[in-house]
Design a protein around this ligand. Structure first.
Ligand code: ADP
Length: 492
């Protein structure tokens, strides 16, 4: 029996291109799948920073012209090996010659339409690899199942190829004007209805993926259930319910090698379970110095996040002065909504030495906040899975989370009677509930440090490795492929 071949399509992958959690997942899952016998590979756009840094390690496999609506565009195909995983790159300077992953929404639509076309043209001979499964992620790769269904299969191509679509965040659907979508994807007229790929006047890639993929996954079981309700369904809950038999939730893991406080090169002092108390004390002190917070006995609450309403930033802002009055210090790293950025800058001015805000994307500082904080605030309105809470637990920093989605599936709330728990929950997206639970955590740390330390140890000893997720995906691929067909010619 030949090995199952899976090609991941994604706009992000750590360490090549990272904006959020998607990059972490694609940076780790394919390697974990290879570890259990799946031939997993990845294909990415060749963004300018990747080209500058890695082109010397890449091999050019193919150059061709790809048709995109009325356009004909150059498409180069490179490959390199990264930690044992073959990574392919689609090259086109016009589309990907920028320093940023995402450039501008109106243009991004065309950039990722090109990417998806180029990937489909590269399968087989150009790549020397014909996958059994295309594992597409988020709206940037969401039209592939539809293109197969509407344009390839009717002509007899790729009949054996199966598609898995993973929703990392249902809020981002890639909507764009019908005329543009129709042009970029050559959408036949019969699909231009709400029962096809339209949402009102717009083409909706996410909808196309939910309708035409062989299997749909999302990144936690709780979020899989939530997105089938009107509250979390982003207008897609009806359709998702109609496809419930192929929808499942597979919890993400984290990269336990990069996120390991006992080997992390970004930290002032490395530590593990056996020396967590002195380790955290030293890292807290270093973090305060780095971010300009006063050295005293107060609790440091960290946040490393995109600053958007999804993440409940407004809830923190609403009670920020009260948190400070309670003696909490806040260390925030993030960027996003200019309104939240400005409000955080004002908070720093109001509370010098007690609130710190770095308005950037900074991998090193992110690690130092995970290590140096006592609590990690993640009051998300919704959370498909969330990685930050898992990373913070691994660093012995107790997450304070809203009980939703992947937060519910990964954090166990403190139980004062049994002493169980790896963090703290609040139920509803109200600032006063957040305030109450932070108060509970701060008081526990102050008045019952032994109980608090036990929670820290419990949090640190959770297993967040990707192996379990990889096994679930492997099962899903096998179910989709059924009894294996005739062996194909070997790939190079
Ligand atoms: P999302 O994908 O919704 O942004 P996740 O919790 O799933 O949220 O993943 C966020 C990832 O991005 C984590 O690895 C987190 O540490 C990282 N991250 C978010 N903001 C920043 C930032 N400003 N600087 C460095 N890393 C960040």
């Amino acid at each position: 029996m030949s090995r199952t071949r899976v090609l991941f399509l994604s706009s992000e992958m750590a360490p090549f291109a990272k904006v959020g959690g998607l990059a972490d997942v694609i940076g780790t899952l394919p390697g974990a799948l290879r570890g259990i016998g799946i031939d997993a590979r990845v294909i990415l756009p060749l963004y300018a920073p990747i080209k500058r840094r890695f082109i010397d390690r890449m091999t050019l496999l193919d150059e061709r012209t790809v048709r995109l609506g009325w356009r004909s565009q150059y498409s180069g195909l490179y490959v390199m090996n990264h930690d044992g995983v073959p990574i392919y790159f689609v090259d086109n300077e016009y589309y990907f010659g920028h320093d940023r992953v995402y450039v501008e929404y109106g243009f991004d639509i065309e950039r990722y339409a090109f990417y998806q076309r180029a990937v489909l043209d590269a399968l087989g001979d150009p790549m020397n690899f014909l996958p059994d499964v295309l594992h597409c992620n988020d709206w940037q790769a969401a039209m592939v199942p539809f293109l197969l269904e509407s344009q390839f299969r009717p002509k007899g191509y790729h009949l054996d190829l199966r598609t898995v679509f993973t929703i990392h965040n249902l809020m981002y659907q890639g909507l764009h004007a019908k005329d543009l979508g129709t042009d970029l994807f050559d959408i036949p007229a019969r699909y231009l209805t709400d029962e096809g790929v339209l949402s009102g006047p717009a083409t909706n890639p996410l909808k196309a993926a939910v309708r035409y993929s062989d299997a749909i996954t999302t990144v936690s079981p709780s979020y899989a259930a939530e997105i089938m309700t009107p509250e979390f369904g982003e207008g897609m809950d009806d359709l998702l319910r109609s496809r419930a038999s192929v929808v499942s939730g597979v919890l993400n893991g984290i990269d336990t090698v990069s996120y390991d406080p006992s080997t992390d090169p970004y930290l002032a002092v490395k530590y593990g379970v056996s020396d967590v108390l002195p380790g955290k004390t030293a890292n807290r002190k270093a973090l305060r110095k780095e971010m300009g917070l006063k050295e005293d006995a107060s609790t440091v609450a960290g946040m490393v996040t995109r600053l958007y309403s999804q993440k409940g930033v407004d809830l923190v802002l609403e009670v920020l002065d009260l948190l400070v009055a309670e003696g909490v210090q806040l260390a925030v790293l993030g960027s996003g909504d200019p309104g939240y950025e400005a409000a955080l800058r004002q908070a720093v001015e109001r509370h010098p030495g007690r609130v710190a805000f770095v308005n950037a994307f900074d991998e090193g500082l992110a690690h130092r906040i995970y290590a140096g904080a006592d609590l990690f605030l993640m009051p998300s309105r919704f959370e498909p899975c969330g990685l930050s809470q898992m990373i913070s637990m691994r660093y012995g920093t107790l997450p304070v989370v809203r009980e939703t989605g992947g937060l519910r599936d990964t954090v166990t709330s403190y139980n004062e009677f049994t002493g169980e728990g790896t963090g703290f929950y609040f139920r509803n997206p109200f600032a006063c509930e957040l305030l109450d639970v932070v108060h509970l955590a701060v008081q526990l740390r102050k008045k019952n440090p032994e109980a608090f330390s036990r929670l820290v140890l419990q949090a640190m000893s959770q297993d967040f490795s990707f192996r379990r997720s990889a096994e679930r995906y492997a099962e899903l691929y096998e179910t989709l492929l059924g009894p294996r067909r005739t062996p194909k010619r070997p790939d190079r």
